[in-house]
Design a protein around this ligand. Structure first.
Ligand code: FDA
Length: 971
């Protein structure tokens, strides 16, 4: 305790000394300068801050001055209050009729000079000039080349090349034995880096890194790995260890890695890394940072339903930083500690502690970011401490994420720099020891509301292992045979439907008995028998069955996902996503039925009681597709069941085993026989028979437009003694377009299009098959997209790193091949990648210059084929997008608030996605479904869906007897 008090005293003394020596204010806080004034505004007005940072973000990528001026108006005219410096500028442009070219130049210059506060320059000349001035006092450097996002192998190679050139420059500049350092983003060395493909990512990233590390070793330059988002943390550490275990890099001076104190895991990771270094007798450098992605980690992990990995209380981060500083200093024989902070308290703590531990000033170093805290840097340097400045170099477009991170950091409420330089917080408060009241910041406990089932986090070793084991287990099960199920009987008809692995069609995943009209009749009879009891079961009890099924599915989630990988060729992530969506439907529709099951009283008039309730329609047929073999089947089936209908479930002939598993789950939770029956068989035979049967009241279908329209037609033919007009809910196809305007973030657009068009080989009804791009950026987008597609990995999806698997069967493969031939007549091939393999592999193919109205631009292809269309402006883009009989999903990549609004109003689609992929709708958050030729019925996973499965009933009772009316019931 005394030692702690001593240390605290020392921290204050050190702090006081440095504090008194600090003179001057960093430009971003200096309100005498325009930059400082604008930043001051943004700290007072959150809305302005958002607009400002978004404007800064989009500006460098704008090609023309007209657009710059237009966006200036869009961001800053209107509701929000803006500082005079901006409103005055806007007014002056309008009043004086300043030409966009002049206004555009002034605006660009302003943002450039803001960026130059944090980014040293564009190129080697800028670097040399600045380093000359900055290094006069012995400050050292770590140079970071901006260009974080790479979407293709070609971009990764170009990035690596730039680093090689940088090493040459540094070598020439530091011939006298100084220790220059470069900082690298590991994710920029391999475009497909993803923890799901752990081994593949390590191998390929190391291939990208080796030339850089060899040269660094030969020139005596050290290399530090930056730490990125939490999802990549484990993988980056693994790559660091793996490459520095290689014999040829044992001698690299101070290979270093940044580790983030805001992570709850850091207290395990750092000792573990120290142990690794000790075991190998290899000195490493650890750059201790607090962490730059705090907001991102909180938002994204909450969105995914994953535990938030960062501390939620700033003081916990500060305390963690101090504890980890001690750990590094105490292990300085094997770790070179680099304390990276701009916080006087954190820095003073490190100095006081080093002093208490008798550690010389040369045994560790401080590090700061260029432009963040120059007055503090100078004060420390003057006191003889080693100082290294992290110095970013590069163009503004690739530097934008870095710049925005710095602006956020400076203006954050929790920022030490803001508190000291802008808010005038007292020395005493600044130097308070971090104090954590509770042991840990807790996440709020989940409530009773619906929450989406979190996807599996494949950055966790155990999850990857479970998935790989489950796939292996399925491979080892040879051709298991499954019955169809009528009432409580398992029936084997003697006719088999074999389900093949599309990646290796000789491999039979399993076989189911195939039904005929005879079994269909028997199933209808059983459903009619079960119907009365089931419709009289209370909505709450029916919902409870869904919740139990969800629980069971959760237990079996990995087995089910693995089955989808093998039966329909989904990648690990897509298969897992499908299982999560299935669980979501069960949980969501269960809650929806409880809500709708509550009796509603209408009107408020004495003597009259109007009750509004829902009754099931009767007997339903569910005709499910193969592309979301569990999710869509579960959604349609569970909606029909929970609303009191009895259901005959016909799975797709291409995914009957997954269909059986769904049935098995419902059976295992004790659903009464006849409520759900499993009846696989040929669509043309039993599908049509069931749809036309007079005892069927309800048909729920997802599939092609042709089959959907045929069902609508058949269902419309009413038999003589039929009780009900059949209700058809049909979700059909789409010819979905993504629009990309001249303000789009192309990094995001390329990734979003790639995922939307080629995820699951383009076999999602929501998949993108047209991209409509504004002329100005057409060539750039095409080029980057082409290179990105060339970089994705294809093969049998049981391999974790595979992006593109096989299409579902030979027929699909043939049909897609025919469309590719048509495309070659109608347009030009931008890219045709040949994917070979024993299975049903094809494409991907991208066409350009196809005429509007051509078949490849209008017909649904359902495969990895994309058409890119050029539009002269946004109006034309929207008009082209709407030239389709379908209206399912659509997307827009844009940073223009006005265009986003316009597209929201004018793009005729059921689901519109802005600045994200257009697939992957989440239950309860993005209810899914379209109109036009895309389907009839309201959205799956939304609040109106169950209403379609029930008839609303209203009973009105006259409660007035002899002039006396009882108290009225109210909702
Ligand atoms: P200060 O004391 O003001 O701390 C701010 C930090 O506290 C935030 O950045 C965040 O980490 C944390 N925080 C904010 N609000 C919080 C809350 N409510 N609860 C809990 N914690 C909260 N970063 C990174 O992620 N990877 C990297 O590789 C690098 N590399 C790097 C190199 C060098 C040389 C430096 C100087 C910095 C980095 N950084 C980084 C950036 C670094 O993470 C960032 O500059 C620091 O977190 C700022 O911390 P200070 O101690 O300077 O400020």
């Amino acid at each position: 305790m005394d030692r702690d008090l001593d240390l605290e005293k020392k921290i204050r003394t050190v702090g006081q000394e440095i504090y008194s020596a600090v003179s001057g204010i960093p430009p971003v806080f200096d309100t005498k300068r325009w930059i400082g004034r604008i930043m001051e505004w943004s700290m007072k007005n959150e809305d302005f801050k958002t607009r400002l940072f978004r404007f800064i973000d989009v500006l460098p990528s704008l090609k023309t001055d007209d657009v710059v001026v237009r966006l200036l108006h869009e961001y800053f005219s209107g509701e929000t209050e803006v500082p005079k410096i901006i409103s005055g500028g806007i007014g002056m442009i309008a009043r004086k009729g300043i030409a966009p070219i002049v206004a555009g130049r002034v605006i660009r210059k302003s943002v450039e000079s803001l960026a130059r506060q944090f980014i040293i320059g564009n190129d080697a000349d800028d670097l040399s000039r600045s380093l000359d001035t900055l290094s006069k006092d012995g400050t050292e450097f770590s140079i970071d080349l901006l260009g974080e996002v790479v979407v293709s192998d070609k971009e990764a190679r170009a990035y690596a090349e730039r680093y090689l050139a940088l090493l040459d420059i540094l070598h020439k500049r530091f011939p006298d034995g100084a220790q220059p350092d470069v900082s690298i983003k590991v994710s920029s060395f391999y475009s497909q880096l993803d923890p799901v493909d752990w081994e593949g990512s390590i191998t390929r990233t190391k291939e990208g890194l080796r030339p850089l590390l060899r040269k660094a070793r030969d020139l005596g330059i050290s290399v530090t790995f930056d730490m990125e988002q939490y999802y990549y943390k484990g993988l980056i550490i693994a790559i660091f260890k793996s490459i520095f275990e290689e014999e040829e890099f044992r001698e690299l001076p101070f290979s270093g890695i940044a580790l983030q104190a805001y992570l709850k895991d850091a207290s395990n990771d750092i000792p573990e890394l120290i142990g690794w270094a000790r075991d190998r007798r290899r000195k490493i450098s650890v750059r201790l940072v607090k962490g730059a992605y705090w907001d991102y980690e909180v938002v994204v992990n909450r969105q995914k339903g994953w535990p938030v990995p960062v501390f939620l209380n700033k003081e916990e981060t500060d305390l963690s930083f101090e504890r980890l500083t001690r750990l590094l200093l105490e292990n300085r024989d094997i770790v070179h500690p680099a304390i990276a902070s701009h916080n006087l308290r954190s820095i003073s703590h490190a100095i006081a502690l080093a002093d208490a531990l008798n550690i010389s000033k040369q045994a560790f170093e401080f590090q700061m970011l260029y432009g963040m805290a120059e007055p503090l840097r100078t004060a420390l340097r003057d006191r003889g401490f080693r100082m290294r400045v992290y110095t970013p170099l590069g163009e503004l477009i690739p530097g934008m994420s870095y710049l925005v991170r710095r602006l956020l950091e400076n203006t954050s409420n929790e920022s030490f720099l803001r508190r000291s330089f802008s808010q005038g917080t007292s020395f005493e408060d600044l130097m308070q020891a971090p104090h954590v009241q509770k042991a840990d910041s807790r996440e709020e406990t989940p409530n009773e509301h619906f929450r989406n089932e979190p996807l599996l986090d494949f950055s966790i070793t155990l999850n990857r292992k479970h998935m790989a084991d489950a796939i292996e287990a399925i491979k080892n099960k040879v051709n298991e045979k499954y019955p169809l199920c009528i009432g409580d009987r398992e029936v084997r008809t003697g006719q088999e439907l074999s389900s093949l692995n599309p990646a290796r069609p000789r491999e039979v995943v399993g076989s189911v008995s195939s039904g005929t009209k005879k079994e269909a009749d028997a199933a209808i009879e059983e459903a009619l028998k079960a119907s009365k009891q089931w419709r009289n079961t209370s909505p709450d009890k029916r919902a409870a069955h869904l919740f139990k099924a969800a629980e069971e599915m959760r237990k079996r989630r990995v087995e089910l996902a693995a089955l989808e990988v093998m039966e329909v060729g989904k990648t690990w992530k897509d298969a897992d996503g499908d299982v999560c969506e299935a669980i979501d439907y069960l949980e969501y529709y269960g809650r929806e039925m409880i809500r709708l099951g509550n009796l509603k009283i209408l009107g408020d008039y004495p003597g009259e009681e109007n009750e509004y309730r829902y009754q099931p329609k009767g007997i339903g047929v569910v005709i499910a597709p193969w592309n979301f073999p569990l999710a869509i089947a579960t959604g349609m089936t569970s909606a029909a069941i929970v609303s009191g209908n009895c259901v005959i479930f016909k799975p797709s002939g291409l995914s009957p085993i997954t269909g059986y598993k769904l049935f098995e789950i419902f059976k295992s939770i004790g659903l009464a026989p006849g409520v759900l029956q499993f009846l696989p068989g040929p669509g043309s035979e039993i599908g049509e028979y069931l749809v036309s049967h007079p005892d069927i009241d309800l048909i729920t279908f997802t599939g092609s437009k042709e089959v959907g329209l045929r069902i609508v037609q058949l269902a419309g033919e009413t038999a003589k003694d039929q009780r009900n007009v059949k209700k058809v809910i049909a979700e059909m196809g789409g010819k979905n377009a993504i629009l990309v305007d001249e303000t789009a973030d192309l990094d995001e657009a390329v990734k979003g299009i790639l995922e939307s068009a080629f995820g699951y080989q383009g076999q999602k009804c929501s998949a993108c098959s047209r991209v409509i791009v504004i002329d100005d950026i057409f060539s750039e987008l095409c080029q980057r997209l082409k290179e990105a597609i060339e970089s994705i990995r294809s093969g049998a999806p049981e391999g974790a790193g595979i992006f593109l698997g096989p299409v579902i069967d030979g027929l699909a493969q043939k049909k897609i091949a025919e469309y590719i031939e048509i495309g070659k007549q109608e347009g030009k091939v931008l890219l045709e990648r040949k994917v070979s393999g024993e299975g049903y592999f094809i494409g991907p193919v991208v066409f350009i210059d196809a005429k509007p109205g051509s078949r490849i631009a209008t017909e649904e292809i359902f495969g990895p084929v994309l058409t890119i269309i050029r539009a002269k402006d946004n109006d034309e883009a929207i008009r082209m997008a709407n030239e389709s009989l379908y209206a399912l999903t659509g997307g827009l990549f844009s940073r223009s608030p006005a265009n986003i609004q316009k597209v929201k109003e004018e793009f005729l689609v059921g689901n519109l996605y802005i600045n994200r992929k257009i697939t992957g709708a989440l239950v309860g958050r993005q209810p899914f479904g379209g109109f036009g030729m895309s389907g009839v019925g309201s959205k799956a996973g939304g609040p109106d869906y169950l209403l379609q499965f029930m008839n609303p009933i209203c009973s009105s009772e006259n409660t007035l007897r002899r002039g006396f009316a009882p108290l009225r019931k109210v909702n």
